[in-house]
Ligand binder design. Sequence first.
Ligand code: HEC
Length: 405
Amino acid sequence: MDPIFAEWGGLLLRWVHVITGIAWIGSSFYFMHLDASLKAIPEIPVGKGGAAWEVHGGGFYEVKKYLEAPVHLPKEMIWHKWQSYSTWISGFFLLVWVYYAGADLYLIDPQVLDLPRLAAVAIGMGGLATGWLVYDGLCRSRLIKHEVALATIGFAFIVFMAWCFQHVFSGRGALIHTGAMMATMMSGNVFFTIIPNQRKIIAELLAGRTPDPSLGKQAKARSTHNNYLTLPVLFLMLSSHNPLTYSTPYAYVIVGLVLIAGALVRHYYNVSHAGLGHPLWTWAVAAVCIWLALWISSASSPIGRERLGLKPLPEVKFAVSAPKAPAHVADIVMGRCSMCHATEPVWPGIGIAPKGVLLDTPEMIARNKEAIRMQTVITHAMPPNNLTEMTREERRKLAEWSESR
Ligand code: HEC
């Protein structure tokens, strides 16, 4: 694919994905807050819904929630579903664009497993589907009545899947698939449970019958799961921009820690919005989790290990058949880039290869050909501010090499 087209395609998809994600999560947070703040009113007694007064944008809103048939149910209602669907769809295309089209660079790590591209894509998509099927199965089982047991098993399952992904994909590929799997559970909840149940409830009400109260309860339970998954999912979506999160064999432990931290922070807000106090312990435990995550990532980086007095990590070894960049190209890149882009960077202030991009062997340089072309030929983003004084002639040579097939 043309690199400028590829770059812009990725940028536009990411833009749409962030916008739709904000819309979805915004409305999800709003309704969780609203639900927590409902108070009984004469018209709606305790346990049957409630009402809340809100002020926003210069006006006052009186919002009422009816768990059972209101006296009058209008035909036209505002549905909240496309925020979720469009977030999943744009996210899926973004995954395909960045990780499946660019599988050689971002998804497949021959050090982990030298997968053919199609197999990697199949495992990735299979992982998303497996995640949904297992989670949905758990929710349909009797476990749904035992919140803590369900949360514990769900947690163990997500960490296990992160561990599995880590054994087939690159670090960032593993974390993005863990995040995408959780996000698929969330959108699946909207598509397969929440919206269909709402439709059934409305049909029953319009027919003058009393809907099965379990329909509403199931929808609320799934919506609450979504709420607790939101913050960890957002962390995983951002993780690819921060190699410290994924360039450790214990990235799956970081996933577990972030799951706990994110869910606890959500819990704090859910409790305090309901007027049930301020469980500050949640923030303390979340802080400990993040501190542990930081420690783990540090113990996996060369300078972090040195500081902690740990043995250096084994050197990255390549399969003999990995393609190599020609010597004159390798010389330029090693001379101008690898002071920062190395397993042990020597540039002051750079502790870990930026964005996880290693350019310290002819194999790694060959592997990053497209990225080098984008950063040094098509744009002059690298070296940053031309700090290492790459000459025009050197850029011309890199252009020649990177354009060749
Ligand atoms: C002084 C240190 C330094 C040098 C030298 C350097 N880089 Fe970088 N590189 C960085 C930093 C910092 C980033 C992360 C930029 C960001 O956060 O967007 C980066 C990011 C990158 C990326 C990833 C871009 C992305 O957003 O995915 C590539 C590819 C890259 N550099 C290639 C090179 C090449 C090729 C050279 C040599 C011509 C080079 N760099 C020289 C510091 C350096």
